[in-house]
Design a protein. Sequence first.
Length: 372
Amino acid sequence: MDLEFSADQLELRDAARAVLADACPPSLVREVYEGTGDAAALWATLCGLDWPALGLAEEHGGLGLGFLEVGIVAEELGRVVAPGPFLATVTQFAPAVTAAASSFGLADVASGSLTGALAVAERGRWEPGAVACEAVAVAAGDSWRLTGAKSHVLDGATAHELVVVARGTDGLGLFVVPGSAVSASAPAVVDPTMPLATVVLDGVEVAGERVLVAPGDPSADDVLARVLDEATAALALSTVSTCRAIFEATVAYAKDRHQFGRPIGSFQALKHRLADCFLAVERASSLAYFAALTVADDDPRRPLAVAMAKAAAGDCARLLGRDGLQLHGGIGFTWEHDLHFHLKRAVTGELLFGTSAFHRTRVAELLGLGAA
């Protein structure tokens, strides 16, 4: 497994970083926080560069690249705390459709005219066993009726289409539901650039062409596992890049801030803490990219790699959130400083799709070390 970027991948990363420096300045993030900003122009820029099409097959209007390229863009978006539907649409909705061997809406995703979301979690739990949303077959035809509620749906209140995971009498199924057919409420969140929604389905009928995987289909568990792993790996990459931005800002501040006639970064105690932060970021980044490669190569180590990556990303988020804030001193607590955008994005990334504790338990189970 090659852990080095190719020349094309390096070029994509550098181009993404350059574009986002102009298209997503801190002022845009601040406007989104204050309720006066609109991410539509940023999304239009991403669509103009064909970034939503990166991982989609050419037959669906995509560029035919892989998950690693999608992860590179997700990483750069996390670095600047970019708002917009990229994560929900490109790393959650589209993979669910693709994993089910369907083409529903993929051409529109590639063009940027359709946004999507993935509705799995219930009561803050993402594991398949927690799914209680009910799918009942309609007597006539191949339609299904869905009833239940989903929590923590990224972009769930604004997405055009949602992939909903529901449970039938024979097992789990995946269904594409129009956003207009559900009742979505958007609670107040710590990071407005990652808007979450609670989605209620009150007997929503789903026609046959919108059934990605019907309950009872033996492929359902494998499809859902792949979708969750892909979404989790992308979120891990995004979270770690946010933590790297916190680290870089903290190092810069430690060089600039003087106390007792010298930069505070020259004090040994602070050097130790910065070294620990650097190690955490590098470790989490390496694990996140290893997980991305297992997704891209369909490697059998994928579930373990993803769980390790998300656990490390969460640990990194907590450490950088604590030390990044403390080492900035009083200015780190102010609304006027941009640090809090990254801190809040890191916190959100740590919680979505399972915390570090959840994924460490998953690692233990995958290694056969679970409680007897």
